[in-house]
Design a protein around this ligand. Sequence first.
Ligand code: ZN
Length: 172
Amino acid sequence: MTGRALVLNASYEPLSVVTTRRALILVLADKAVLVHGTGTDLHSAMAAFPEPSVVKLVQYVRVPHQTRVAVTRRSVFVRDGHKCQYCGAQAENIDHVVPRSRGGDHSWENVVACCRRCNTRKEDRLLEESGFRLSRQPHAPRSRLWLLAASGEVRDEWTPYVVPVLGRAVGL
Ligand SMILES: [Zn+2]
């Protein structure tokens, strides 16, 4: 993986993922400091700079608390630990608890990770009709840091900053 850098708030909390070039611009503008490099250099006409993997903002940025994260297959899988929320097997699909054909919406509260078997057996039925039970009530992730999980791979250098926060968000 190349080209992406983690931006930390001045408090070391992960904030966003940007291109490494954008991260370098933040560093050169004294808006951020380099925390970890990727081990390679970015070249300009005049000079070479270490390619940033993790940068930290100099000034603390207030983050709006309620940023909704898009309900995608990937983000739902991350929230549910890739486990079927009915039987605990490896999830392969997402399921609308109240089926869309029955008026269910595509929201965090109504979408869960689901294995193929349960998905097929539940069909377009409500829980009380199918006898299926959720292992826990689905809810929206509390943190926008979920974007990190949904945005793709996590570099090794990001792990110390990202994993504890993701763990809290998922309730691990
Ligand atoms: Zn299942």
